[in-house]
Write a protein that binds this ligand. Structure first.
Ligand code: NOJ
Length: 745
């Protein structure tokens, strides 16, 4: 009886608290001294169901379209409390204007979250994520995310939809540009670095953004590389290769997670309880909130697992989705679903709690305008230090794919001609998902070269990207004849990769390839500079060009970074994070394949191969040349005398010598093969890497430590762990040229 009375008193207490505080400002109500949990509960008790649902709704402004627009009038929604979060709104002025509506005109004055796709820079644009991954430099990658967060938070934002950690093994899929490539281990380390960089020292600092790990899960494996297509694979494969980068990002502290558009094992990710509840929340202990991708709740109707939007919303909330991006499903139907008992009040409250907690943690209740300091915005965006960092990352992202006769670095005195549609271009350099980047802030290749080339050089386009017109070829050929060296800059347009940009062909678009091949016929040394968002299949160029640089899209400092490499101010150190195929028929192609029962034998018909193409790629994962050369010693393995949980199961040492004439950096890669397992295992898997600088003639001994976790996989009974037996340990500068040693565990 007594407990009953006490229970009845609780709502009255909250009402009294509500009356007491209703006329005060947000800052007074939510005292920083009170713990976040208490403050969340006090606020929650005051909220109507509509206001709660508003906190679970996220809408885009009309400032840029990152998907189909299905909803307008977002300002009224903010005013009514129906919209608690916005995306595609930035700059301190605009954010302040919208935040003011939320904190001055709504009943509870709950500040808005402001999200945006800050994927590789906000105003100072860094290389596309796939390009950055080619640096294999975790410190630089973290720094890039840090600068992006510092700029974005200075421009009003507090939430970015990054990092994208989807493993991508199929270059037809346009979104491979946004991730870290094909490898689980490299992808996981990069995911952690990007979360650290984005969230800074701690959430609540004025230069920290909430990270959003995406797209959970498996989005990188659509059938045939076609965006949004079905994903289906065994749970074992999924857990071994696709899930670890998401887990790594979550464990690095990522505050939010975005669901993916695809289905997995027949259930769309946005309504997939196995993914969102079992794996993300229960197995990994994720505490932040889950947001859908753009209208992905509504799209579950198209997937055919629910009859209408209302049912879709129920499936999503029951699966574990907290926030509805742009679908307006929660807003339209959640109340009715609650009335019908299809969802519970507890579920709604828990979702709201997760959102509010982060708003408190960001410090928005104390100061809703903390990211709206116009002076800071002015001083931070494109600050010289940011451009310096962008140049540093850009040059480290370039991969030297070919360098016959040591053509590169160029020597002063060689007369050069610059040809190709990307030679004097700025509009494509920021690539896709370029934040608030401006083409005009970019240094074109022509401008970059003009700063370092001692003599006059000529530029001529030769052709366009897609236009079949070849009338510019003749002038390009005439120019090539007159100069010592031809630099030809070709590639894709920025919008040819990224979302909804799958390609069925992987060559250079238009007549660019023909132009390059014609130039090669002049007999002049030809340096091809590629700018693109995915591995390309360019076998003829690979054969005929004298030198090839993979420059991805490098962002604001493109021209300076490429000139640094061409003239040797910077010795290239990038290594491919994705395999480059010889032809599109080879894809998906990736290094960590399984051996099969009939492994490749060029001399035997009945083995796993093509009759019209080699199995090997054009350039393998991990590949990249330097202006110097490196020689590897034999790897040595040591097993510890005693073993304790979490400790090393082996250490591998190898010596590396710079055997060339220039200082240079090498990415030393360690691969492992488990020779006999209870289930089939890949022929090699990356398990460690170190990037080190060596002076000419210098030798260093490198040590790698492998733990139990490094060697663990999902065994036949689906438990995660290792198995005793024979292992092959491989060390080298790419995934093919490796020194091997065997060991028994
Ligand atoms: C759809 C994309 O898939 C996602 O990556 C992005 O964050 C959202 N649109 C918001 O722009």
């Amino acid at each position: 009886m007594q407990t009953m009375i006490q229970l009845r008193l609780i709502p009255i207490l909250f009402i009294l608290l509500g009356i007491l505080f209703s006329n005060q400002s947000a800052a007074q109500i939510y005292r920083p001294s009170a713990g976040i949990e208490t403050r969340v509960n006090v606020l929650l008790a005051k909220m109507t169901l509509d206001e709660k649902i508003g906190q679970l709704s996220l809408y885009t402004t009309d400032w840029g379209s990152t998907g189909p627009t299905i909803r307008e009038g977002y300002k009224n929604d903010i005013r009514s409390g129906a919209c608690g979060n916005l995306f595609n709104a930035h700059t301190t002025g605009f954010v302040r204007e919208l935040q003011k509506i939320a904190v001055e005109e709504t009943r509870l004055k709950i500040p808005l979250l402001f999200g945006f796709d800050v994927i590789h820079g906000y105003k100072t644009i860094f290389p596309i994520p796939l390009g950055e991954a080619a640096s294999w430099d975790l410190e630089l990658i973290e720094k890039s995310a840090r600068v992006a967060a510092a700029e974005a938070s200075a421009a009003g934002l507090n939430w970015t939809y990054a990092p994208m950690v989807d493993i991508g093994r199929d270059p037809r899929w346009g979104r491979v540009m946004e991730g870290a490539g094909e490898d689980t281990y490299l992808g996981s380390r990069i995911a952690e670095a990007r979360v650290r960089g984005t969230q800074g020292k701690k959430l609540g600092d004025s230069d920290a953004l909430l990270a959003c790990v995406k797209h959970f899960a498996g989005y990188g494996a659509p059938i045939a590389g076609r965006d949004y297509n079905t994903v289906d694979m065994s749970e074992r494969y999924f857990r071994d290769y696709y899930l670890p980068p998401y887990e790594a990002a979550v464990k690095a502290g990522a505050a939010t997670v975005m669901t993916s558009f695809n289905d997995y094992d027949g259930v769309p990710a946005t309504g997939n309880k196995f993914l969102l509840d079992n794996i993300l929340r229960k197995e990994w202990g994720f505490q932040g909130f889950v947001v859908t991708d753009y209208t992905s709740i509504n799209e579950m109707v198209n997937h055919g697992v629910v009859a209408d939007d209302k049912e879709a919303g129920e499936l999503a909330l029951n699966a574990g989705v907290d926030m509805d991006m742009q679908g307006a499903v929660y807003q339209r139907f959640l109340k009715e679903s609650l009335k019908e008992g299809k969802v519970t009040q507890k579920q709604i409250d828990e979702a709201v709690r997760r959102v509010l907690r982060l708003k408190f943690e960001l410090g928005l209740f104390e100061d809703p305008y903390k990211f709206c300091n116009a002076e800071r915005e002015k001083n931070t965006l494109l600050a010289p230090a940011n451009r310096t960092a962008a140049r540093e990352v850009a040059r480290a992202s370039i991969v030297l794919l070919k360098n016959d006769h040591q053509l590169l670095p160029l020597k002063t005195g060689q007369k050069i001609v610059l040809i190709g549609p990307l030679g004097d271009n700025k509009s494509e350099l920021t690539g896709n998902w370029n934040g608030a980047g401006n083409a005009n802030d970019c240094v074109s290749l022509r401008e970059g070269l003009a700063k370092v080339v001692p003599t006059d050089f000529m530029y001529i386009a030769g052709c366009d990207f897609e236009n079949p017109d070849k009338s510019g070829f003749a002038a390009a050929m005439r120019a090539a004849e007159k100069y010592d060296v031809v630099i030809v800059a070709v590639g894709e347009k920025a919008m040819m990769s990224g979302e909804a940009a799958a390609r069925a062909e992987l060559g250079l678009p238009g007549v660019q390839e023909e132009l390059v091949l014609e130039l090669c016929k002049t007999g002049k040394p030809v340096i091809v500079v590629l700018m693109n968002g995915r591995p390309l299949a360019i076998p003829q160029i690979a054969e005929k060009a004298t030198a090839i640089l993979e420059a991805w899209w490098l962002g604001t400092e493109t021209g300076n970074a490429i000139a640094d490499v061409l003239y040797g101010t910077y010795n290239p150190s990038g290594k491919l994070p994705m395999t480059f195929p010889r032809s599109v028929g080879q894809v998906p192609i990736f290094y960590n394949e399984k051996n099969t029962g009939r492994p490749y034998d060029p001399n035997s018909k009945w083995t796993s191969k093509y009759i019209d193409q080699q199995n090997s790629p054009q350039w393998p994962f991990g590949f990249g040349l330097s202006y110097t050369s490196f020689s590897y010693g034999e790897p040595k393995v040591e097993l510890p005398s005693s073993k304790s949980a979490g400790s090393a199961v082996m250490t591998v040492t190898v010596s590396l010598t710079n055997s060339g004439k220039l200082p240079g950096e090498e990415v030393v890669q360690l691969y492992v093969r488990d020779l006999v397992g209870s289930v089939t295992r890949p022929v090699k898997e990356l398990k460690g890497f170190q990037k080190i600088m060596l002076q000419p003639g210098e030798t260093k001994e490198l040590k790698f430590t492998l733990t139990e976790k490094d060697l663990s996989f999902y065994r036949r009974d689906m438990t995660f762990g290792t198995e005793p037996g024979d292992y092959e340990i491989m060390v080298g500068g790419n995934s093919v040229d490796l020194k091997k040693v065997k060991v028994k565990l």
